[in-house]
Design a protein around this ligand. Structure first.
Ligand code: GLU
Length: 488
């Protein structure tokens, strides 16, 4: 106590001295003091490297971060992981329960980065600094199929509308209220945006607002949802940083985004999560979810047994089976392929399947056939591109995929990337191209839809089957991604 008093009186004495000095001298003293403080304090980036940890705050949702069969996954998670790797540090990711907590964590410096599908808004820019935009989205008014479609903000008046507290959606509604004074809504910090969409799907809420990227993914789980109109012009999503004088991490993020934009990684990650959603047939989704509940339980043990035997995830095998036959053991195509996994007679013989309409035999045989395709994709193709190429091979034959890789190379693309090979596949229907290939003509546009559909089924199955398994860390101290992954 007395030491404190002594220190305080020393400061007071120094202040008295300072005020008695000429202004210029005082300015110089303050500057020197500031410089000394800065020199002592390493930059945020240096601290992160020193501690070996990047603390990222996110949200638990399909567009950001969730648990898949192999542990933590999601668009923001993948980006954050890549960023942490590029800095040579461990990623510590956590997801508080509300958007408000995400913003507070960044503002107060409890997290280094907010990577949570955050919209860049003027109000937020007052106290946060945003990195480069990585996606542009619009705010969509969501309603339930069969209910009256709203056409303008005026149509929302008098209906149950809930948005997340502190969200860009709440900010937009507040703007619109000036024009539509009767506009009213509830702001909640007790739900995630996906739960609001679920409430609309179940009829517990009339309207919700979702970013277009969220809607693109969430409608696969709730096929009865419809988007009515956009509340705003496209707005950027970006990572948020604390707004203070330390720009070190922010600048590292700018360099990081420039790099992943140039080398195609950003496109690859975007495509990994959003690629399939664009071409998906939404009527099909509803049937799929219904079939997962009613039919899959009968076949799941065999998909799991096949997964055990081949080390291919059962969800992927089930997705292939659904695309091939809608899990119908008696399915037969005009070309004579049969059964749940639609094997040809030759392939079946090769795999020791003597009865193709026996679902167990078909599933195990199909899994082995897929695993064989996968093992023949050249080693330089890494995941997840390997899986997509193996699926395309399952659909039209490995030889044609090799041809498409060759064409990709010739056209200056990357034969190890599915998006590039996918773009070359339709050329196999054109004589100009297929006449130069080893395996000739193929129905090259088929695998595009085939792979996209399987990816959608697979992602829905992952979501349905992995959701309740793991609690999401809500605080940075509870778990790092490695800890979480180790528990899987
Ligand atoms: N982009 C929205 C925001 O930044 C996220 C909230 C939501 O998706 O509901 O507020």
């Amino acid at each position: 106590m007395s030491r404190l008093r002594t220190a305080a009186s020393k400061i007071r004495a120094a202040l008295r001295l300072a005020t008695s000095l000429p202004a210029r001298l005082m300015g110089a003293a303050v500057l020197a003091l500031l410089l000394a403080t800065c020199a002592q304090r390493p930059s945020l980036l240096a601290q992160i490297k020193q501690l070996g940890v990047l603390r990222v705050v996110t949200r638990n949702s399909p567009t950001t971060f969730y648990f898949g069969p192999h542990g933590p996954t999601g668009f923001e998670y993948d980006l954050a992981r890549l960023f942490a790797d590029s800095l040579g540090v461990r990623l510590e990711i956590y997801a508080p329960l509300s958007l408000t907590d995400v913003l507070t964590a960044v503002g107060k410096g409890h997290a280094d980065v907010g990577a949570a599908g955050l919209s860049v808004t003027a109000a937020r820019e007052q106290h946060l600094r945003f990195g480069p935009p990585y996606q542009y989205v619009t705010q969509k008014v969501i309603y339930r199929n069969g209910e009256a479609e709203p056409n303008s903000p005026a149509d929302l008046i008098g209906h149950r509308l809930t948005v997340l507290a502190d969200s860009s959606h709440a900010a937009r509604l507040a703007d619109l209220k000036r024009q539509y004074p009767a506009l009213a809504w509830t702001a909640t910090d007790a739900a995630e945006s996906q739960e609001l969409l679920a409430q609309v799907a179940h009829g517990d809420l009339d309207y919700a607002i979702a970013d277009s990227n969220e809607f693109a993914l969430d409608r696969r789980y709730y096929p009865e949802l419809r988007a009515a109109f956009d509340l705003n012009k496209p707005e950027p999503l970006a990572w948020a940083f604390r707004r203070n004088g330390d720009l070190s991490l922010y600048q590292a993020a700018i360099a990081f985004f420039a790099r992943i934009r140039a080398d195609g990684k950003l496109t690859q990650i975007t495509n990994r999560y959003y690629g399939a959603s664009e071409v998906f047939d939404y009527v099909g989704t509803r049937t799929f979810i219904h079939d997962v509940k009613t039919m899959l339980p009968r076949y799941q043990p065999w998909f799991e047994a096949a997964a055990e035997k081949t080390s291919v995830e059962w969800q992927l095998l089930a997705a292939i089976g659904y695309q091939e036959s809608h899990w119908n053991p008696h399915a037969v195509s005009p070309t004579g392929v049969r059964g749940v996994m639609m094997l040809t007679l030759d392939t079946a013989g090769d795999l020791g399947v003597d009865n193709r309409i026996n679902p167990k035999q078909s599933i195990i045989g199909g899994a082995q056939y897929f695993a064989r395709m996968e093992s023949r994709i050249p080693a330089e193709v890494s995941e997840p591109d390997r899986t997509w190429m193996a699926l395309a091979a399952y659909n039209i034959g490995l030889g044609h995929i090799m041809d498409a890789r060759e064409i990709t190379r010739e056209r200056g693309g990357n034969p190890n990337r599915w998006i590039d090979v996918r773009a070359s596949l339709p050329l196999l229907t054109e004589k100009k191209w297929y006449s130069q290939t080893k395996y000739g003509y193929a129905r090259g546009d088929e695998p595009l839809i085939y792979v996209a559909n399987i990816r959608s089924y697979y992602s829905i199955l992952n979501w349905i089957t992995s959701r309740p398994k793991e609690p999401v860390p809500e605080a940075p101290t509870t778990a790092s991604n490695e800890d979480v992954a180790a528990k899987q």
